[in-house]
Design a binder for this molecule. Sequence first.
Ligand SMILES: O=c1[nH]cnc2c1ncn2[C@H]1C[C@H](O)[C@@H](CO)O1
Ligand SMILES: [Zn+2]
Length: 366
Amino acid sequence: MTPTHDQVRRAPKVLLHDHLDGGLRPQTIIELAADCGHQLPDVGGEPTAPLTAESLGRWFAEAADSGSLVRYLETFDHTVAVMQTGPALTRVARECVEDLAADGVVYAEIRYAPEQHVGTGLTLEEVVAAVQEGFDQGVAATDGRIVVRQLLTAMRHQARSMEIAQLAVAWRDRGVAGFDIAGAEAGYPPTRHLDAFEYLQRENFHFTIHAGEAFGLPSIWQAIQWCGADRLGHGVRIIDDITVHDDGSVELGRLAAYVRDKRIPLEMCPWSNVQTGAAESIAEHPIGLLKKLRFRVTVNTDNRLMSQTSMTHEMWSLVEAFGYGLRDLEWFTVNAMKSAFLPFDERLALIQDHIKPAYAALREET
Ligand SMILES: O=c1[nH]cnc2c1ncn2[C@H]1C[C@H](O)[C@@H](CO)O1
Ligand SMILES: [Zn+2]
């Protein structure tokens, strides 16, 4: 049975891949830009027309809708610019939690790059503390309906990954659950940050790597086999190692087989991939085949502002494109919860006590 849009919204959802600086409310950007004197982009229209949350939101979506990861990433200049003080970071983090809880998200790992928020003198420590303060406020405001953890990202074209990895480990018992690298993929392979990944492995810490989004199999191979990534950010290009024959039979190459055999989670972000050109459309997105082949697929938002999306919108788009039912959405959700950087007993409790009973109750409605 096809769920209704309202059921998808009420269904518990788990989000592993969402950027803090890609999810601001447009109105908040306008207010924070006024506070810090940041010049927002010319969004077009009448020269004298005031900038509105709606026109700014549209500008982000259109500018990001470029077919190129590099151009997509340029839009972050305007969000990062208004996130340079403790109060601004706390506000953005609090609103992020409120928005996710309202969307039915019960567990979220939110990532951002601390090194991008030290432009007006904050220390890396102060950045992480300000974000954690916002997350704590957001969780309290939603009566604990959501559990949230930070992932600290290092920018792959910069050279601060070891420092950020050490920062993440220092905060491991205070709200930081993992580490990541992000930014333009072509020209910046994961092995550029091998020392940071080796350090994290020695610390028994968790990390994911953006790989196989704008660049193909060599990036995925390095992320897993050289760097030891626990999960893949996107990983959508693993499809290049899968052959579908005319008779419908499917052949996995050695890397694709390894990813599936080892149950390596794929943090798929369908709408983001359509915007950056990694997929033609939702209906043609490799998630359909990868799910059929039982890869460990999860569904994510990446950047809610740039893609004008939410977990409900991503899930609903998959329902429309592939005819998924509540059991499929539950499968994605349990996959994500199993893949979270949270201790095993806490993951299990969320699955058994929360996610499964809620999906069973939703199925009863139909
Ligand atoms: O999808 C993405 N691929 C690579 N890098 C990304 C993506 N979305 C956001 N980023 C970058 C831009 C942000 O400023 C940074 C930290 O969140 O991560
Ligand atoms: Zn991302």
